[in-house]
Design a protein around this ligand. Sequence first.
Ligand SMILES: [Mg+2]
Length: 224
Amino acid sequence: MKTLLFDIDGTLLLSNHSGTHALNAVLSEVFGIETPCLDVVFCGRTDASLLPEVLQRNGVSTTEQNLQKLRDAYTDCLPHALHVHGGTVLPGVAELLPRLAARNDLRCYVMTGNLQQTATQKLQHFGLLKYFQGIFGGDHDTDRRQLAQRTATSLRKKHEHEPQGETIVIGDTPADIHCGLEINATVVAVCTGQFERPALELAGAHQIHDDFSNSETLYQWLVK
Ligand SMILES: [Mg+2]
């Protein structure tokens, strides 16, 4: 059985930097930082690597206690930030996901650098949560390739009595592509995030789309 692993930000949706707004609020309201600094590269990262850097940049020591406080406050603040800042489901996604989820010859999961809980909040906010059998989040792995290995191991365990088949990773960053290649997946890249075609080509994507607005073609290819 085929397994599809979708990234979230820049692939399925854009949240108008709701995550950054939520972290900004947490740093100022929970950690008392007057002028929070979020001059951190976000895309393609896992939150396990990103959140300690956010603390460091703001002069907060990266103890497990502070990290837990940051994760808890971030997940508390994100729904409000999503509500205020909104965002959009990217072209074709709302047509593609229900058709894929309705099939019984493939599995749709999310593999994302977001914490599992914030990933759930984002998908829920945009009405996409129901299309996925589960979420593999970036809670534990500082490198996306480790996340891919962990995901592949979990999936093998979870579906050990079913044929494994092909895995397809769908994402918008070179990091998504590298993590797909790490687990010998086929990688579909899309230019709706912060990277353009040459960067995604260079990273080794097997197929690149400007966006998913031609969802029929992509659907037929994914299910063939
Ligand atoms: Mg992304």
